[in-house]
Write a protein that binds this ligand. Sequence first.
Ligand code: NCD
Ligand code: ZN
Ligand code: ZN
Length: 347
Amino acid sequence: MTKITIKRPDDWHLHLRDGDMLGETVPATARCFKRAIVMPNLVPPVTTGALAMEYRSRITEAIPPGQSFEPLMTIFLTNETTPQTIAEAKALGVTAAKLYPAGATTNSDAAVSQLDYLQGVFEALAENKMPLLVHGEVTDHHIDIFDREKVFIESKLVPIVDRNPDLKVVLEHITTKEAAEFVLAASDRVAATITPQHLLLNRNDLLVGGVRPHNFCLPVLKRNTHQEALRKAVASKTHKIFLGTDSAPHEKSKKENACGCAGCYSAWSGIELYAQIFEDLGILDHLEAFASINGPKFYDLPINSDTITLEKSAWQIPKEIILPNGRPIVPFFAGETVAWRLVDGSK
Ligand SMILES: NC(=O)N[C@@H](CC(=O)O)C(=O)O
Ligand SMILES: [Zn+2]
Ligand SMILES: [Zn+2]
């Protein structure tokens, strides 16, 4: 196959950041995706419906003329979130709520320290038909970073899912065999997103021959047996796993640093990399379901009516992109050749 046309995809896990950076991230996403679930981990975090709607307007101002893009907003759960916070957010048009264990990842210090505090909030989410989106890692100092997702699933996620039979849950950016097994075995109200980097890479790509800061993201890349399990889960053509790039830009100086930030900026190559992975797995016929159908079905949203077209034609991801503030950022897979090119993108 040398050309593929699919319904326009959506990105179900994305970081756009704020301020100047929106001038870079919004066009990069809108070139391909119609909608995106926008993560709330700004500084300070987006904790209420009112803040989410203000953030939404800043995003929509950055949409290039002639393109259509719909940000789907989320709020960040803290120890202060109440059932009323949820009802108000729903009334203002917020789509979902995000659970970060405190300290788990970029800008998550304000997050939840005791998940038990949130039982009333989980009930309010279920009542308001808002999915709970989860960064699934424990943060206990004594738990090894490579085990943090697995331990979170056993000790935190299973009880939340069991205690809240009407709550929809997305385990985001899954990285382990255990996560894939958990999601595939759970009921249809549990789903997962998966990033290009966790399908393409394993921890050797982070650590062999020198530390590769641009492959560092959280949850951290795991050993190759986990990468294989994730590829197998996607290749099973399950409807429970859908596209979420987790494109998460950090300036070059913050990645190439003695304490480098976690996150891969993949917005300029996301759909193309997924196409390449799906071709390698022999499942290009599943790309449309993964990218454009399984997500809206889970979120009870319409499937986009327009399409995008990808062509088999190699191109090179730029080594650097200059941000609106004049500083460089190194995109994910910088300098690498990608086999698929988006030829008919956003309208
Ligand atoms: N994935 C990452 O490594 N980083 C994300 C946060 C997150 O999704 O955990 C970021 O905001 O930079
Ligand atoms: Zn995360
Ligand atoms: Zn993320």
